[in-house]
Design a protein around this ligand. Structure first.
Ligand SMILES: O=c1ccn([C@H]2C[C@H](O)[C@@H](COP(=O)(O)OP(=O)(O)OP(=O)(O)O)O2)c(=O)[nH]1
Ligand SMILES: [Mg+2]
Length: 157
């Protein structure tokens, strides 16, 4: 199944390919940096930036787009998405931006046309909260945050 998503290309995005899936089974479209030509962006260690994609989307109702890191950039350069997964709402019509942070100890240089992140479009389940004095009982109850142990063995209850 393929969902059509209208896209508006801003002036600084013109001339760049549209994001695409790198392989037939890829989950995410690679997002491309729409930085000015000849003006690389250098991210110092621990520096962050909102990198433009030059694209505005009109996601259908009931969908979101998640902006996620690329594992290769994360592993090799320490470059990741600060708010991963970033959330693009279906009613957002502004430019999609990628919030990158350099978690390495060396500067990272980003250039126009570079594939900086990936965008996964996913269905959204919306809920309505219904106040209730008592909630159904479960084995876990209010145990959390390591209540089942932190090593490889499971506790017996
Ligand atoms: O990585 C991201 C995250 C968000 N957005 C855009 C689309 C999203 O619909 C909007 C708002 O994002 P979010 O709800 O995460 O931010 P907020 O701080 O809650 O801002 P707002 O008050 O505008 O919702 O910003 C991006 O372009 N990239
Ligand atoms: Mg918000």
């Amino acid at each position: 199944m393929s969902v059509e998503v209208p896209v508006r290309v801003l002036a600084h995005g013109e001339g760049l390919p549209l994001p695409d899936y790198a392989t037939p089974g890829a989950a995410g479209l690679d997002l491309i940096a729409a930085l000015p030509e000849g003006e690389p962006l250098t991210l110092a260690p621990l520096a962050r930036a909102a990198v433009p994609t030059g694209l505005c989307l009109a996601l259908p109702d009931g969908y979101e787009a998640q902006v996620r890191p690329r594992s290769g950039l994360a592993l090799k350069q320490g470059l990741t998405v600060l708010n991963a997964p970033g959330t693009v709402d279906s009613d957002y019509r502004g430019e999609v931006k990628v919030l990158l942070v350099n978690l390495s100890d060396a500067p990272v240089v980003l250039e126009r046309g570079q594939r900086i992140a990936q965008m996964v479009v996913a269905p959204v389940t919306r809920i309505h909260l219904a106040e209730a004095g008592n909630l159904t009982e479960t084995t876990r109850g209010d145990g959390g945050f390591g209540s089942t142990g932190l090593d490889g063995r499971q506790i017996s209850r």
